[in-house]
Ligand binder design. Structure first.
Ligand code: C5P
Length: 397
């Protein structure tokens, strides 16, 4: 299922963390999901239904008996509509009512009536969280199959500190959108970051790639069950959990690392900004200042992606193309020229592409194309992974 097909019912209960649910709604919508919101009476003291209506494009509901809304989408229809339920924040009182199977407001009624998986993101004072009553309720909920995310530890709105902060909206969104089995049991290799082409022991030629997109993709594939090998140039990013990382510097080192393991891969995603050229000679000593002009002769580097795509019996291949002009023409040329199965093209410049948190992609394959609009690179990566799975599935069957 792509994010665009996801229907998420967001329940908001009455805690100060409710302000973070606005961001959660925004992230889910931005990722393409349809979101409908239900607020408890207490939640409306912190945030308004109007906020969620504006963010999700759907009316937010607060009451069980509401003729206007029942006429539009009745609460049972709402239950049938949702394929996931997330309650964020979930207060101690809400958890208690859910654990007891109460149906004394719209949200608990929906949670009781739904067949969809229910996730709660608790948020409360740390003493309330640690109270035996809350612990018991949590144990009951877990027994019923309710999934719990968080809470995090740290400073609390009440001025105290401890476990009870609602998980960050980005983390909750990742859990709701990113997990699945689209690549279960598959081997996926992703290249990321820039390469460095040495001029001498202290200088090199490189580019502005931060590696974020490649790392986000590695994480997204892992979230879909893949065994991921991440071959990366020099970046200052932490390795996402569960991913095997191989660090390299130059394009030639990257090529060697890729080819050592390429035979095992089902899918190769070339996200690295590989330097097209390297200095013909890398001086063993630091180059001294001498004449006014220093000429560099550069040699073409191997095109790793094209070489992988040319393998007999090689993996499915996805390349990236960073373009400033004529996006579609250049991307389609690369698709043909490199013989890859898919090209994800991004416009660089004007705050997009390199060294930034957000990106947008225009994705091309032989028989189709799709736009993935500007959004957080983590969310975008999960969208792209879902799209790759969809296109690979169509081509291979
Ligand atoms: O031709 P261009 O550099 O624009 O193509 C970009 C795509 O090719 C990216 O997927 C990049 O990872 C890959 N590439 C490569 N080896 C090179 C140059 C680019 O794998 N030497």
């Amino acid at each position: 299922m792509t994010n665009r097909q996801k229907k998420i019912l967001l329940g908001v209960t009455g805690g100060i963390a409710a302000y973070k649910s606005c961001e959660l709604a925004r992230l889910l919508v931005q990722a393409g999901a349809s979101v409908r919101t239900v607020l408890t009476e207490a939640a409306t003291r912190f945030v308004t239904p109007m906020t969620f209506q504006a963010l999700t494009g759907n009316p937010a509901r607060t009451r069980l008996f509401d003729e206007d809304h029942e006429a539009a989408m009745g609460h049972i229809e709402l239950v049938r509509w949702a394929d996931q339920v997330i309650v964020a924040p979930a207060t101690a009182d809400f958890l208690a009512r859910l654990a007891q199977g109460r149906a004394n407001d719209l949200l608990t009624t929906l949670c009781l009536a739904t067949g969809a998986p229910v996730t709660v993101a608790p948020a409360m004072n740390h003493r309330m969280w640690q109270h035996p009553a809350t612990r018991r309720n949590l144990a009951l909920l877990e027994e019923m199959g309710v999934r719990c995310i968080g809470p995090d530890e740290g400073d609390q709105a009440c001025g105290e500190s401890g476990p009870g902060r609602m998980s960050e909206p980005g983390e909750i969104a990742a859990l709701l959108l990113g997990e699945g089995e689209l690549f279960k049991g598959r081997n996926v290799m992703v290249t990321a970051g820039p390469t460095r082409e040495a001029l001498d022991p202290v200088r090199y030629l490189s580019n502005r790639s931060s590696g974020r997109m490649g790392f986000a993709l590695a994480e997204a594939f892992h979230g879909q069950g893949a065994r991921v090998t991440l071959v990366t140039g020099p970046v200052s990013l932490a390795t996402p959990p569960g991913i095997e990382r191989i660090d390299v510097e130059s394009a030639q080192e990257m090529r060697d690392a890729v080819f050592e393991r390429i035979g095992e891969q089902d899918l190769f995603v070339g996200c690295a900004a590989v330097a097209d050229y390297r200095p013909e000679d890398s001086s063993p000593h630091k180059i001294k200042k001498s004449s006014d002009i220093l000429k560099l002769r550069l040699l073409r580097n191997p095109d790793i992606l094209a070489e992988v795509a040319a393998l007999d019996d090689g993996p499915w291949t996805v390349g990236f193309a960073a373009e400033t002009t004529d996006l579609e023409r250049h991307a389609r040329q690369k698709l043909e020229g490199k013989g890859v199965d898919m090209i994800a093209a991004n416009r660089v410049g004007r705050g997009l592409g390199f060294e930034v948190e957000e990106n947008a992609l225009e994705v091309f394959w032989k028989t189709g194309q799709q736009t993935l609009p500007q959004q957080d690179k983590g969310v975008l990566a999960r969208e792209l992974v879902a799209l790759i799975a969809e296109v690979m599935g169509k081509v291979n069957h």
